[in-house]
Design a protein around this ligand. Sequence first.
Ligand SMILES: [Zn+2]
Length: 144
Amino acid sequence: MALDLEKIKEKLLEKREQILKSLANANNTDLNEKSGVEDAADTVTSEISRETLYRLSQSERETLALIDLALRKIENGTYGICEECGAVIGEKRLEAIPWVRLCIDCSQNEEIVKSFAMKSEEESIYNIIPPTLTEEEENKYMQE
Ligand SMILES: [Zn+2]
């Protein structure tokens, strides 16, 4: 198997940047701080501010979390391995969705795994409501 990890990494970072940029365009007022857009190419897991995260949709947050997870896997050498059964995920599948976590067989249970994943501590990092929110902010967040 000859996965081009550099290329995959590039794709992941590109998608990451794309999500953050679409957000920046919609909210071009406070882009000047560390949204992570500029650092994305240099820093694998550049920190995304909580404020930024609140403006993302749930699915964007999930995708970002999956992208960062995939990038971490590339770093520690576990990229491309199905989380469910440990099988090697097909190259074409990874090319189509570089942040995919499961092989084709296991993806049939993806919904179940996904709902489980959002509860797991490590991968829910982008879904945590920080304790510092005011009540007003919290209400606003909950409505979105
Ligand atoms: Zn599998």
